[in-house]
Design a protein around this ligand. Sequence first.
Ligand code: ATP
Ligand code: MG
Length: 138
Amino acid sequence: MTTQAPSADTLHRLERLQRLRELKLQEAGSAVAAAPLQPKQQQAEDLAGQADELLFGGAAGGGKTHWLISHAARQCEQHPGNRVVIFRRVFPSLARSVIPRARAMLAGRARYNDARHVFEFSNGSVLELASLQYARTA
Ligand SMILES: Nc1ncnc2c1ncn2[C@@H]1O[C@H](COP(=O)(O)OP(=O)(O)OP(=O)(O)O)[C@@H](O)[C@H]1O
Ligand SMILES: [Mg+2]
């Protein structure tokens, strides 16, 4: 069996499809990012300003990650030069869930630096995604 290299035309179409997919994701992400906070998320938002530590538990799909990303982004936008880090235990779980979600939600608000896993805001703030497997390495 022989395999043929895809033609330039096919590659061009694939690129356009990929771009369309990204635009759709961004559109969906912006709409979700602009959606009002759910009651539990609003409660977390109100408490966050008064606490050093905040525990946000609850059911799977309860909106924890969404609130965390939107809160971190608000903190970055409100305070120029701010540095915020979101940790997961291992990097694959960031790559699987948090990073694509944050990229969609923050499209047009921050530039994502793929090599450093950092969102850069125009006011100098940065939101970093990092893994922290062992407490003793913190
Ligand atoms: N305020 C909101 N407005 C619109 N959609 C929302 C809102 N909060 C969360 N969602 C959507 O609800 C779904 C579940 O939210 P999310 O992933 O943040 O929950 P989670 O608590 O982190 O879930 P898990 O425990 O599985 O990690 C996602 O598709 C998210 O986009
Ligand atoms: Mg989550």
